[in-house]
Each structure stands twice: as structure tokens, then as C-alpha cells.
Write a protein that binds this ligand. Structure first.
Ligand code: 1HE
Length: 263
């Protein structure tokens, strides 16, 4: 892991490695349970990324990504406070999803409740074999409040999410990559390094292509197909008219770039 910068608080460990910002959840003694301080620090971090950052890796210190909502803060909250709290999470996780640059989550151990909601707001999830996914809200007498009902069904389907919440079903990393919880599964201890490798690769893309993938692609998937096709044409036109695209295509035609081969 990179040397840490002096962050604004102890609950997030923020460091920059070249063009990649690493954001570490840093409450391992509490299994990285997400209290208000962590959510507000994430909000501040994603609301003000350094200009030279071209990808973000979010990860957890200790053996777990995150045990979800800090339940000790929930006990005394009334309905109005609960609503405000959920909307605060929505704002923060929207900032992550609609971030200027791609966000990669490196997952291990517990990816539970709000921890899974946080992972869902990232664009790529990389899991190591210890990672497991659960939504114990049903057992705790609560409901998801950090965007899972919107984001998770798009990854795994409504029926599977309903089953997790109703029965407490837990999915492991291997099953998880097949079902859509993550896009990658690594060897033991390998998620952080793989996430950094992917972040480096993504940082080398043309910024307009990354912008289109983060902003146009998910929106097109949600709107009616004819509007989606028009938006696709407009986005394609903007991207291909950029100097960066012209240079990259010229480089290919001049045989200066790597060919696409099976991995
Ligand atoms: C916590 C939390 C937490 C641990 N809030 N303090 N999430 C859950 O229901 C998951 C609850 N946590 C667990 O099931 C387990 O802690 C773990 C499987 C994640 C880890 O087990 P283990 O044996 O390694 O650790 P531990 O002994 O259970 O916990 C270590 C400490 O972390 C302990 O505190 P301590 O002061 O007694 O040492 C735990 O109390 C504390 N801790 N998880 C508060 N979640 C926007 S809505 C989202 C709704 C949700 O996220 S619901 C899911 C909540």
C-alpha cells in the first residue's frame, strides 16, 4: 500500500500514487463500519478530487471492506433524522457514482449492508476470495438506505436482492463474480493490487471516453431506446471529434499501438 498523505481525519486514509487516488476506509477495529464521519469525509473527498487524479481506488484497512452502517449511531435516531441520514448517504454515493473519474472498489471480507451499497456506487468491483456479500437489514429490522434498492438490482436482479434481504442469504466471492457483484475475482490478498493495476490502465484512456462510459452509458441504459440511440450518436460524435481520438486512431493506422489479442 502507498504511503499515506496527512488526511483530514483518521477514518479515511487518502494517498495519491501518480494519477491514482487511493481512499482507504480506516476503522478496522470496527470492521470499517460506516459512521457519519466516514460518510462526510467520503463526501468531501469525492467532492474535491485533485485535478491530476484520473482514477480512484477505494479499499478497506484490516480484514474487511466494510461491515455496513455503524449500528451504534442508529439506535437513537427518529424518523426525520433517519430520512436525513439516508439522503446524506445518497448524496455521497451519488458523488462517487457520478465522479469525474472511474472509481474501483477493492473488496475483501465483509461487504455487508451499507458496505455493499458503497461498493455498488463504484464503477468496477474487484474481489478477493475472502469477500462475501450480505444484506442483514431484514434481521436488524431496517431497510437499505444508501441506494442499494436502486443500484444492486442492476447488478444482480431484484429477485436475488429480495432473497438476500428476506432470508439473510450470503454470497461468496467466486459466486459473486458470476452473479455480477464484482467484475473480477483475484487470488488471496490480491484485490488492492489488481484494483491499482486496473486504475493505471484506465488512467491511460482518453478522458472523453472515460467521461462517456461513466456518464452517458448508465444513463442510456435507463432511458427509452430511441432516446438512448440519439444520445449514443451525440456522445460518439463528441468523442471522435476530439484531438485525442484522432491521434490514437492515427497511431493505430501507423502501426504504433498494440493489437487486440486474446488474454
Ligand atoms: C460494528 C459493526 C457495525 C462490527 N456497526 N459496530 N451491518 C451488520 O449487521 C454487520 C454487523 N457486523 C458483523 O456481523 C460482524 O462484526 C462482522 C462479520 C463484520 C465481523 O465479525 P468479527 O468477529 O470480525 O468482529 P466483531 O467482534 O463482530 O466486531 C468488532 C467490533 O466492530 C465490535 O465492536 P467492539 O467495540 O465490541 O470491539 C463490533 O460491535 C463492531 N462492529 N460491525 C457498529 N455494523 C444506509 S442503511 C445501511 C444498513 C446496513 O448497513 S445494515 C448492516 C449492518
Amino acid at each position: 500500500m502507498p504511503a499515506s498523505s496527512a488526511g483530514p481525519s483518521a477514518v479515511l486514509d487518502i494517498a495519491q500514487v501518480g494519477a491514482v487516488l487511493t481512499v482507504g476506509l480506516n476503522r478496522p477495529a470496527k470492521r470499517n463500519a460506516l459512521n457519519d464521519t466516514i460518510i462526510l469525509e467520503l463526501d468531501a473527498c469525492f467532492g474535491c478530487l485533485p485535478k491530476d487524479v484520473r482514477a480512484v481506488v477505494i479499499h478497506g484497512h484490516g480484514d474487511h471492506f466494510s461491515a455496513g452502517l455503524d449500528l451504534s449511531e442508529l439506535v437513537e435516531r427518529d424518523a426525520a433524522e433517519g430520512l436525513a441520514h439516508s439522503r446524506m448517504w445518497h448524496r455521497t454515493f451519488d458523488r462517487i457514482q457520478h465522479c469525474r473519474v472511474p472509481v474501483i472498489a477493492a473488496l475483501k471480507g465483509a461487504v455487508i449492508g451499507g458496505g455493499l451499497e458503497l461498493a455498488c456506487a463504484a464503477h468496477i468491483r474487484v474481489a478477493e476470495p475472502s469477500a462475501y456479500y450480505a444484506l442483514p437489514e431484514g434481521q436488524r429490522g431496517i431497510f437499505v438506505g444508501g441506494g442499494a434498492s436502486v443500484r444492486l438490482p442492476r447488478l444482480i436482479g431484484v429477485a436475488r436482492m429480495a432473497d438476500m434481504m428476506l432470508t439473510g442469504r450470503v454470497y461468496g466471492a467466486e459466486e459473486g463474480v458470476t452473479l455480477g457483484f464484482s467484475q473480477y475475482v483475484t487470488e488471496a490478498g490480491g484485490a488492492y493490487a489488481k484494483a491499482l493495476e486496473l486504475a493505471d490502465k484506465i488512467s491511460a484512456n482518453a478522458p472523453l471516453t472515460n467521461f462517456a462510459v461513466l456518464n452517458a452509458l448508465p444513463m442510456i441504459a435507463d432511458i427509452n431506446p430511441q432516446a438512448g440511440l440519439i444520445m449514443e450518436s451525440l456522445m460518439a460524435t463528441v468523442a471522435q471529434s476530439d484531438k485525442e481520438a484522432k491521434k490514437r486512431i492515427r497511431d493505430f493506422l501507423d502501426r504504433k499501438t498494440a493489437k487486440v489479442r486474446p488474454t
